[in-house]
Design a protein around this ligand. Structure first.
Ligand SMILES: [Zn+2]
Ligand SMILES: [Zn+2]
Length: 309
């Protein structure tokens, strides 16, 4: 009886003690690591409307510009979806949360490797199939997404065999961005710039799956938007600078949307190529290096190549 009572008293004290240390450490943690800012995905600027321009070098735009995507040219056979009315706000912005997605959960036979060769090169090889499930492509007739985008293309294997500088250098002049892969995600699939082949904002117009990706006439799965599921799949963000999400074809890295001290970045915080320079984790070491960021606002990933693609 006495023993049992003591045991109860001891366990009560233990509970209070545990509660006290856990609540102390929690509040200390909160001071150091404030809850990350969450983005407003309901009011995003359309690429192609000033100041978030789509500039085309061979159509009279010889230079990149802040907040803009600088394309080399547009393909003559552009195709895609162009109706965003149902998720456009009265103020001319678009609402990601109202835009339908390509549903489905298709898994793939993913192959992908990133290696340093010890001679200053990073070798990236793979089959472009992602290490996460995708939506069903071609977009299925009768689905909500199909009402807006009749993307008829499948996803197929593609050869990735890329040699990049392990530590890239900023070029004397930036370069324009072409169609096709502008980079590769650490998931094994391509990263495309923010424009469709029609020269419009791809993320705002085309139907993407929950990872922010879809396929095109080359049957290559690729991302246009830093969807939460993509970020969480690569590395859930808790505090501080975002994790590395991929490599652009000039060799520089692209990170998630959080900058130094966990500040949520917008394109206005970055330069004309959509990057900046500060110490960043690179092959396991902190080095002062240029890098790109994904942001939720246009141009989303790259504005121009800062290095040599
Ligand atoms: Zn696309
Ligand atoms: Zn950064």
């Amino acid at each position: 009886m006495v023993l049992e009572k003591n045991a109860k008293v001891i366990s009560a004290f233990l509970l209070i003690y545990l509660f006290t240390i856990s609540s102390c450490s929690k509040s200390e943690e909160d001071d150091k690591n404030p809850t990350p800012e969450t983005p407003d995905l309901t009011h995003l600027p359309f690429g192609g409307n000033a100041p978030t321009n789509i500039l085309i070098r061979n159509q009279g735009n010889p230079n990149p510009d802040f907040l803009s995507l600088w394309l080399c040219g547009l393909p003559s056979n552009g195709a895609g979806a162009d109706d965003a009315d149902d998720w456009t706000n009265a103020d001319g912005t678009w609402d990601y949360t109202r835009k339908p997605q390509v549903e489905g959960n298709v898994t793939w036979n993913h192959e992908f490797e990133i290696n340093l060769d010890g001679n200053g090169n990073r070798i990236i090889t793979g089959n472009n199939l992602p290490d996460h499930p995708t939506g069903i492509f071609p977009i299925q007739m009768g689905t909500t997404a199909w009402n807006y985008d009749k993307n008829p293309n499948i996803i197929s294997e593609q050869v990735i065999n890329l040699t990049l500088p392990a530590i890239p250098e900023v070029a004397a002049q930036p370069s324009c961005v072409g169609f096709g892969p502008a980079g590769f995600s650490v998931t094994g699939a391509a990263i495309y710039h923010g424009a469709s082949t029609l020269g419009t904002d791809a993320a705002a117009h085309e139907m993407l799956d929950r990872f922010g990706g879809h396929t095109d006439g080359t049957e290559r799965y690729h991302y246009h938007f830093p969807a939460q599921d993509l970020q969480d799949h690569i590395h859930p963000h808790e505090h501080g600078h975002s994790a590395l999400m991929g490599y652009m074809i000039d060799g520089f890295g692209i990170y998630g949307p959080y900058g130094e001290n966990g500040k949520l970045l917008k394109s206005a915080d970055l330069d004309e190529c959509h990057g900046h320079t500060h110490p960043v984790l690179w092959d396991g070491q902190m080095i002062n290096l240029y890098h790109y960021h994904w942001t939720y606002d246009f141009p989303y990933n790259i504005g121009c190549y800062k290095g040599t693609p």
